[in-house]
Design a protein around this ligand. Structure first.
Ligand SMILES: [Cu+2]
Length: 500
């Protein structure tokens, strides 16, 4: 697999179907930081937060705060984080446990904290309705009722999700269970079980984050030209075991990654958004859009010195022809390869587990069980210069309008239709779904597990199926939305309630 070595995302010109160079990808041209050091800093491992059990409830103290961080040598960047300057700890809970999280907001502005991928009552969801005012503390409480998985949490303030996540309000949320433990997967945090939060950022000359300075970023979502992993620019990791598990989160606002290793080696995908797959899936690349997670197992030897890289996915034939085809070429931000981090094998200890042949049984729902099919049409509204126009079923998000009402216990098919020239990751709160098909064809093996976010390509139709169970509340909605945070903030979001 040809991979060019690049430490920075290129501000390359996108070339449309006509062969004419269209526009530079970044509003103000090339990055000021083309010389940012690569592979000079070790990967940071976010601390585990296990909380404290009192009266049968596992309790966590979280503080949303401001800070600063030296991402680039000699420059301080103002940031936000949870219990720290940038990003947050890995919250670790167990299936069956009752948990309570006391979230104190010391940001000096309103925020929320949403538990992405977690099945819980709508009032505890941390969406746009659960605002935590500056100085206030919010204390959601819920039971963990889903399998072992890698979930995450992030700000979900209406119109301000993009900027708050960009500054650092996000972290990982691990769920363990007996079934997962019994598989003997690598699970020593920071040793052979390594979280990788992938984010791209853009910096101004004074070192501050640059956010939404161009119409391009408003339309396509905010992409940057510097890669961060766990908040470190282009880090290196000395791998300790022959078999390492990586829990990868695309925590970027808008960038889609097609992840591979620089020597094209195979790895095993063992989990998708909602938990473990039926069996490990051998792959040479895995695609992750904003909000999606994948867990993989990577084998290394002491001689190995590799990079985790982004490689452009095979070109998808433009659909819709003519103008639509040209727009699709222009609106891709994943057509250039770049490096993400370096993995060094020289310090490997011989110890290491073997990948299991089988993993878990994944819940499935049959089409026959479905009592309803709902359709969600994603539109951007053309007119690149017009801004706005981000809609689902012709409507922009309105906090006072419930878009869909679902019966408790119902199995439903949600059909997501992308009528725009760019791909959108569609996310549904509260539930995990299975993908039935993409344009009528079954999804690839890595997508045949539980999911809460699915990338829908331009002009594609994706059908997903799930059961809405346990929690009904006619007054508190859950969200469904595009996980390109600038699209969500601009209105590509709707609300549903589950009623008894
Ligand atoms: Cu979108």
């Amino acid at each position: 697999m040809p991979v060019t070595r690049r430490d920075l995302l290129t501000a390359a010109a996108a070339v449309g179907a006509s062969g004419v160079a269209v526009t530079a990808l970044y509003g103000s041209g090339r990055s000021a930081f083309a010389g940012a050091a690569r592979f000079q800093r070790p990967l940071a491992i976010p601390p585990l937060l296990q909380g404290e059990v009192r009266d049968g409830v596992r309790r966590f103290d979280l503080t949303l705060q401001r800070g600063q961080r030296e991402f680039l040598d000699g420059m301080q960047t103002p940031t936000a984080g949870i219990n720290g300057a940038f990003l947050g700890p890995v919250i670790r809970v167990r299936r069956g446990e009752q948990v309570r999280l006391d979230v104190a907001n010391r940001l000096g502005e309103a925020s929320t904290l949403h538990w992405h991928g977690v099945h819980l009552p709508a009032k505890m969801d941390g969406g746009p309705h659960q605002v935590i005012e500056a100085g206030a503390t919010w204390s959601p409480r819920f039971r963990i009722r889903q399998p072992a998985s890698t979930q995450w949490y992030h700000s979900h303030l209406f119109h301000r999700t993009g900027v708050q996540v960009y500054y650092g309000l996000a972290g990982l949320f691990y769920i363990d269970d007996d079934q997962g433990d019994a598989l003997g997967l690598p699970s020593d945090h920071g040793v052979d079980d390594i979280p990788l939060v992938l984010q791209d950022r853009s910096f101004a000359r004074d070192g501050s984050f640059r956010y939404l300075t161009s119409m391009h970023d408003r339309m396509l979502g905010m992409t940057g030209d510097v890669m961060l992993v766990n908040g470190v620019v282009l880090p290196f990791l000395r791998v300790r075991r022959r078999l390492t598990r990586f829990r990868i989160l695309n925590g970027s606002n808008a960038r889609i990654y097609n992840l591979a290793f620089s020597d094209g080696r195979r790895f095993l995908q063992i989990a998708s958004d909602g938990g473990l797959l039926p069996r490990p899936v051998p792959l040479t690349s895995v695609r992750l859009s904003p909000g999606e997670r994948a867990e993989i197992l990577l084998e290394m030897t002491p001689e190995d010195d590799l990079q985790l890289v982004h490689v452009p996915p095979p070109a998808r034939r433009a659909r819709g022809g003519g103008m639509m085809g040209m727009m699709q070429g222009m609106m891709r931000s994943d057509d250039q390869p770049f490096s993400i981090m370096r993995l060094i094998g020289s310090g490997l200890e011989d110890a290491g587990t073997r990948p299991p042949r089988r993993l878990v049984e994944v819940p499935a729902w049959s089409e026959d069980e479905a009592v309803k099919t709902r359709r969600f049409v994603l539109e951007m509204g053309m007119g690149m210069m017009g801004g706005g126009g981000f809609r689902i079923n012709g409507r922009a998000m309105d906090m006072n309008r419930i878009d869909e009402t679902v019966r408790l216990g119902a199995v439903e098919i949600w059909e997501i239709v992308n009528r725009s020239p760019m791909a959108h990751p569609f996310h549904i709160h509260d539930i995990q779904f299975r993908i039935l098909d993409r344009d009528g064809r079954p999804p690839p093996a890595g997508e045949q597990g539980l999911k809460d976010t699915v990338l829908v390509e331009p002009q594609e139709t994706v059908r997903v199926i799930t059961r809405f169970e346990h929690y009904a509340d006619a007054d508190s909605p859950y969200m469904f939305h595009c996980h390109i945070l600038e699209h969500e903030d601009a209105g590509m979001m709707g609300q549903f309630v589950v009623v008894a």
